[in-house]
Design a protein around this ligand. Sequence first.
Ligand SMILES: [Zn+2]
Ligand SMILES: [Zn+2]
Length: 302
Amino acid sequence: MILGSMPQIHLRNPYLSDGYSWLKGNLHTHTTFSDGVRPPEEVIADYERRGYDFLGISDHDMFVPPEHYQHLTRMVLIPAVEVTALGSHIQHLGVHQRVEPDTNRQIVIDGINADGGMAVMNHPNWEWHFNHFPHELMEDLQGAVGLEVYNGVIEHLDGAALASDRWDRLLSIGRRLWGFANDDSHEARDVGVAWNVVQARTRSVPDILQALKEGRFYASTGVIVNAVAIDGLRIRVSTENAERIRFVTRFGTIRATIDDATAEWQLPENPTQLKHWRYVRVECYGAGGRMAWTQPIQIESD
Ligand SMILES: [Zn+2]
Ligand SMILES: [Zn+2]
């Protein structure tokens, strides 16, 4: 090592460049097993008709085993529960056994991880105070894989469906969290608002869950991302239908805005500045307020 040499900066790209298919799915759905108005059969048929590849039925504190319904659909059914009672709602994905709600949400997340599942902090900006998930609690909790940056049903309720503000605050203090977008559908009008598109090697529960765990997916309300590629400090994002693409870093600072469906941006070669930025994520804006959010690309130094 040469004394006084600058640290080597590199970008950690969660995305694959080949050997995958993009699969579309919603991971947050209610049925008549809790407060949804339609039985699982109807909900499944609705998502299937719309061309989804996977679906997580996640009733409130109630596990609806996918094997009871898998024969009805070619979609991959992801085992899920929304842990609801006694506190802020937490999505349990990849359920083997339901986790008992507890006022201590760390115990819930630890239980989800012990089950071999993944925990996602749901609709942070729901409710009149825009703070369903108290921010200090989100900062304290350890072991969640992500949060919902967009929750469709909140469009019809108090608060904000969008929670990228929370995401930037958490990423900026060094938390590694993936952004999810879900319908949280309770009735027909809620279906098809927000979804996740994963890079999976096969159409199977383990492969889809692994892709979610590793951040090989993007969240969307209508913009289709074709590829996210990285070459050195250059990031290239191509979409089907974005009209504007933005590169966002620490505490939500927008570093570049490009009015096109494809955008390329090169980070400055200043290691001290880049370390301070921590991450880059890309927001894609389409017609009618449609969006896509890539996962954060971590800025790392040797
Ligand atoms: Zn909820
Ligand atoms: Zn819900």
